[in-house]
Design a protein around this ligand. Structure first.
Ligand code: ZN
Length: 82
């Protein structure tokens, strides 16, 4: 006798199948995580541009576009930012 029965072969086959499915699952998770990482910078750019566009306001005195937050005066007395 070799000490290998049909039930033992079934268990070995089940373990190999389990490892195979685990390997496939991990590959899919890695692929999905890469897709998410690749998509993040592209998704972030329009939002950032939109925020920047909203924050820009025009000075009615000097006709210059300045950031609404932290806007500093251009130096003229009538400038609303100061
Ligand atoms: Zn100004």
């Amino acid at each position: 006798m070799f000490g290998i029965t049909f039930s033992k072969l079934l268990i070995i086959a089940a373990i190999i199948l389990g490892l195979w499915f685990l390997y496939r699952y991990l590959q899919r998770v890695e692929k999905l995580s890469k897709m998410v990482l690749d998509r993040k910078p592209q998704a972030r750019t329009p939002d950032r541009d939109g925020v920047v566009a909203e924050e820009m306001v025009k000075c009615r005195v000097c006709d210059a576009y300045v950031a609404a937050r932290g806007a500093s005066s251009c130096g003229r007395k009538e400038c609303p930012f100061g």
